[in-house]
Every structure is written in C-alpha cells, then in structure tokens.
Design a binder for this molecule. Structure first.
Ligand code: SAM
Length: 324
C-alpha cells in the first residue's frame, strides 16, 4: 500500500534476538487485543452513521473500534473504493463497499438515508485520516441529523493534529484552514485574513506548491516560526522546522518534493510591535534604501507582514513628503 509495507533491512543477529524476545512478550498483548476486538464487535453493530478514522500512512494506526465498526457495518462508504478496498482486505474486512465522493454524493445520499431508515449500520471512511476533514461527508452528516439518525465519531488518525502535536508550536489555540485557494489573489486574501488570528495555523498543501505557499505565508504573515510536516507516520516522515524564510530556502533547494504535507505556522509574536515602533525603524532604513527594500528588511527582521511595513512607509512618505 504505502511505504509502511516496504521491506526493511535484514536485522543483524542481536537485533533478531531482541525481536524474538519481544514477540514472546507480545503474545499476551495480542491475545488481549483480540478478545477486546471480539467484545467490541459483539457490541458495536449500532444503527446509524459511523464516521470512522483510518490510518494516514501507517496501518498500525487503525484502532480496535475502527476495526469493529467496519467489520460489522452493513455497508461502508469510501471516497475511493479501490484505495479503501486495499485497507479493508489487509484487515480481512468483507463488508459491502460503495463509493461516496463529490461526484456522486448528491445521488447517493438518499440511498444512505434509506439504509439508515431500515436500521442499518453505515460507516463512512475517507482515503486516509478522519472523514469530513477536507474530505466528503459534511452534507451527509447534516442530512442524517436532520432526519433524526444517530451519527457518531470513531476517532483516530488525522494529519492536522499529528502535525500540530509534534510541531513544537503552541497547541493551546490553533486554527485549521485546510488547503489555501490555488488562485493567487484569493490565496493572498486568505493569508491576509489569517495574519491577525492569534493562533497557531495549520494548512494542507500539495508538494508541488509548498515552496510558493511558504513564500506567500512569509509575505503575508511575516517571518514566523513554522514546520513542514511531510509523510507523517510513514517511513520517510520528516519535520522541517525553522523560520518561514529558512524553510523557503530549504524547500526551493530540493530537487523534487515528494509526499503529503501539512504546514504549521506559529501565532503572531505575543509582543505585537506598534506602528510607532515600525515607523522608527522605517525612518532609519529609508535613509539607506528604497521603501520596497526597507519593508522587506524590517519585515524579515521583526517577523511582521511586509505589506504592513510597506503601507506604513507609504503613509509616512505622504505625511513627511519624503520622495524616496
Ligand atoms: N481527512 C484527512 C485527515 O484527517 O488527515 C485529510 C484529507 S486531505 C484530502 C489530504 C491532505 O492531508 C494531504 O494533501 C496532506 O496535506 C494531508 N495529509 C494526509 N496524510 C498525510 C501524511 N501522512 N503526512 C502529511 N500530510 C498528510
């Protein structure tokens, strides 16, 4: 399936012994997990819509409850049945599998509601992670609730939280903003909206766009601390940490960026700089360089948005009549 199934190097002898000893110790744990799973399967066939989180790269991250709910479901809806079919067959789950994605959702919802009306247990999964998080299911949940059906969540892996908790950035308040718009104007406008939010920001991005996005973020948010979390839970998992400017250099120097990516950006500096502070710096800098260069230098240095410094410079120019 993914890199998690790639062959590992053959273990040397002491390592092989350690593995043997460990696998002995694993027997009671495996037995306990099996009986817990059996108990859950006997309990879990509940009529309703079950939103089941599945691994984001490492099959070991499936939960016992996810296995139980999927095993006893009358039907499992998945975004991509071929992809999810591989997950289900890995765990020998044989439930009926049907597609639910943006192109058939409108058509499929009445069938799902009818199944729930008949007292069936319906599970919804996405290709990876938690359904509805930048994945289909929101309208389905709304309609199921409006019709009075049970909707529950079988929690588990989700890329935004996996990235946040290992980012080293504040976790007390955070904003998940999915994918930024791809069109430049809408994208810059969204980054501008995000600039004033006093929280850690979490974004999804495609590998082909990561360098551009880091640049847009640096322009709009200032040179904040950030983390690019790549290939979470897989063999080549990576957390690249640094200021946005450092990450830009790092990623634009890479040949080819592969894998799935979450970007986490720190909140604005707690000691927000006042306009007066910035104007003092501007007056000094404008003696030596153009407004454009001064805005960039100050923004990079203080971690404030370049646009803010540039606009303050324009106002300063108008009020002082400085032609620079
Ligand atoms: N619902 C999913 C979840 O809860 O994680 C997210 C689905 S969204 C369509 C897919 C995006 O999630 C990817 O483009 C990437 O930004 C992020 N993602 C998913 N798996 C990832 C992983 N293993 N490592 C890093 N990012 C991942």
């Amino acid at each position: 399936m993914d890199e998690r199934d790639a062959p590992t190097d053959s273990p040397d002898k002491p390592a092989a012994k350690a593995v043997e000893a460990q696998s002995g110790a694993m027997v009671p744990i495996a037995n306990r997990a099996a009986s817990e799973l059996t108990r859950l399967c006997a309990q879990t066939r509940v009529a309703g819509l079950h939103l089941v989180a599945t691994p984001i790269g490492n099959l070991g991250d499936i939960t016992l409850r996810a296995l139980a709910v999927l095993a006893v479901a009358d039907v499992i809806y998945a975004e991509d049945t071929r992809h999810s079919g591989r997950l289900l067959s890995h765990f020998a789950i044989k439930a009926k599998l049907r597609p639910y994605h943006e192109h058939n959702a409108e058509r499929e919802r009445p069938a799902i509601l009818a199944a729930l009306e008949n007292g069936e247990s319906v599970a919804l999964i996405s290709d990876a992670g938690t359904p509805l998080i930048s994945d289909p299911g929101y309208k389905l949940v709304r309609e199921c609730l409006a019709a009075g059906h049970t909707v529950d969540s079988i929690p588990g892996p989700s890329a935004p939280l996996a990235a946040l908790v290992a980012s080293g950035l504040p976790t007390d308040t955070f904003l998940f903003s999915g994918f930024l718009p791809t069109k430049t104007r809408a994208r810059k406008a969204r980054v501008e909206e995000l600039a004033s939010i006093p929280s850690t920001l979490i974004l999804f991005e495609a590998p082909s766009r990561v360098s551009d996005t880091l640049r847009d973020l640096a322009d709009g948010l200032g040179d904040r601390q950030a983390v690019v979390a790549r290939e979470l839970t897989k063999l080549n998992e990576e957390f690249a940490r640094g200021r946005l400017s450092e990450l830009i250099t790092d990623f634009q120097n890479r040949d080819r960026i592969k894998g799935e990516i979450v970007i986490v950006v720190s909140p604005p500096l707690p000691t927000e700089l006042s306009d007066a502070d910035l104007e003092t710096r501007l007056v000094e800098a404008l003696n030596e360089m153009s407004l454009r260069d001064a805005a960039k230098a100050i923004a990079d240095d203080l971690g404030v948005p370049r646009k803010r410094v540039y606009e303050l410079g324009l106002t300063l120019r108008r009020t002082t009549g400085d032609a620079n």
